[in-house]
Write a protein that binds this ligand. Structure first.
Ligand code: ZN
Length: 447
């Protein structure tokens, strides 16, 4: 159970965020919390998120944005035209939830059985809405355009790739010169702490299904059958050996067999066995070596046992690779906003994966992590992203919005006149329209 009041939250960013574009993002805090709770109560899966899209469109209502929606997915693309000439940059939030039954006990917990915002994408969505409000309030000073990419289907559906195919990178009329996104963590990072790194940040993710066909028979007479069970057992262990003998330890790979099925009872040799694996890699060289080694190993073991192996090797997401200059800029920006203690260069990548990788494969940019571990919880032991118990602190919302806005405004400033800093505060943004189906008034819920 996570109960805290915004009044109690630590004063991170309470420097008044002097370098944030526009007004103090804290003025938006209650609106963002209300929107985030409405999203959290009503999560949706996959590429079609009609209720989520409605909430986003309502929250952007009245802003000076050019808004289009996707055709193959329920995406929202919004373009803000800056008051000064310049290129376009892109800010992205993913909006989909996970097939998880929420057990957080939060007052604003999911009301959809079996579906939960267990990865914090509700925070990303609300934060990007906040960034849109902040940037619209200082539109006149923006040295170019900002594309806001609200993306469904991050969790295994490749929504980012579909949005690229539908033109999001060129939504402002020219290819964006940079792209930024962020991800909250319910664990690992302390609340409000930002981390990223140059180069690979997250892994490529492949999924492999292997179906091994032998010939079934009586358990007492294996010589009269072709048993697939010892074959798959050897494949699983041989694959681990293949990894250690194929992969440079300084360019690592993870291979996990997470599903293994064969047979029905103790004395029947099945005709078929099947297993599923996930493969995580951080470079094209290791990716290709592991893919080749996987196929070679499984086929070789199958030959040795006289069984047939069908291999369905799916390349899900490429690695998420930050442009070094953009990662450094993101850290500089976070330190400028929140202080030097609250942003650091991550010493190593993480083996999770993320489809913002498709965007970063096309344009330079950076993906950053921000800690949303509840105040008072231990980041080392708090339930992690995707857990039914995962809790993300609302207090991160204004900071996440401010960071996204500052990345866009700062990147455009950099383009216009290298070395310039943001101008002073702009007029306060208008309140964000309340979600129409939000049952709770502002301030209710987990605050
Ligand atoms: Zn996620």
């Amino acid at each position: 159970m996570n109960r805290h009041h915004t009044d109690d939250r630590p004063p991170h960013g309470a420097s008044g965020a002097p370098d944030a574009p526009g007004p103090d993002p804290r003025a938006l805090g209650d609106d963002l919390v209300r929107l985030r709770h409405a999203l959290h109560r009503d999560p949706e899966l996959g590429l079609d998120l009609p209720r989520t899209r409605r909430k986003v469109l309502d929250a952007l209502d009245g802003l000076p944005l050019e808004i289009t929606t996707g055709t193959r997915l329920s995406s929202v693309t919004a373009v803000l035209r800056g008051g000064r000439p310049g290129p376009a940059v892109l800010l992205r939030a993913d909006m989909d939830a996970l097939p998880v039954q929420e057990e957080s006990g939060l007052p604003y917990a999911s009301e959809v059985p079996g579906v939960m915002h267990a990865c914090g994408h509700d925070i990303h969505t609300a934060a990007l809405v906040g960034a849109a409000h902040l940037l619209c309030a200082r539109r006149d000073t923006l040295a170019g355009d900002v594309v806001f990419m609200f993306q469904p289907g991050e969790e295994g559906h490749g929504g980012a790739r579909l949005m690229i195919e539908e033109g999001v990178l060129d939504a402002a009329g020219s290819r964006v010169v940079a792209a930024y996104g962020l991800h909250v963590f319910s664990t690992v990072l302390p609340l409000g702490v930002v981390a990223t790194r140059p180069g690979p940040l997250l892994a490529a993710s492949d999924t492999v299904t292997v179906t091994v066909n032998g010939r079934g028979g009586h358990g007492s007479s294996p010589h009269a059958a072709v048993d697939p069970v010892p074959a798959v057992c050897e494949m699983v262990t041989a694959l681990q050996t293949m990894i250690t003998r194929t992969v440079d330890v300084f360019d690592p790979a993870v291979l996990t067999v997470g599903s293994l099925h064969a047979g029905t009872t103790h004395n029947v040799i099945p005709s078929t066995a099947r297993f599923e694996a996930t493969v995580r890699t951080f470079s094209a060289a290791t990716h290709d070596a592991v893919r080749e080694g996987f196929v070679r190993t499984v086929r070789g073991v199958a030959d040795a046992h006289g069984v047939e192996a069908g291999i369905d090797y799916q390349e899900l997401y490429p690695p998420t690779v930050n442009d070094p200059a953009e990662a450094a800029f993101a850290l500089r920006t976070a330190r400028g906003l929140f202080g030097p203690q609250r942003a650091f260069e991550a010493p190593k990548p993480m083996a999770g994966s993320e489809d913002f990788s498709f965007v970063l494969a096309e344009v330079p940019g950076a993906f950053v992590g921000i800690g949303a571990c509840p105040a008072g919880a231990d980041p080392a032991t708090a339930p992690m992203n995707h857990s039914p118990h995962a809790v993300y602190d609302d207090a991160v919302l204004p900071d996440a919005a401010a960071l996204l806005a500052a990345l866009a405004a700062g990147r455009l400033d950099r383009e216009a006149a290298p070395g310039t800093t943001y101008p002073g505060p702009a007029p306060a943004p208008a309140p964000i329209p309340a979600p129409r189906d939000a049952a709770a008034p502002a301030g209710e819920g987990g605050r």
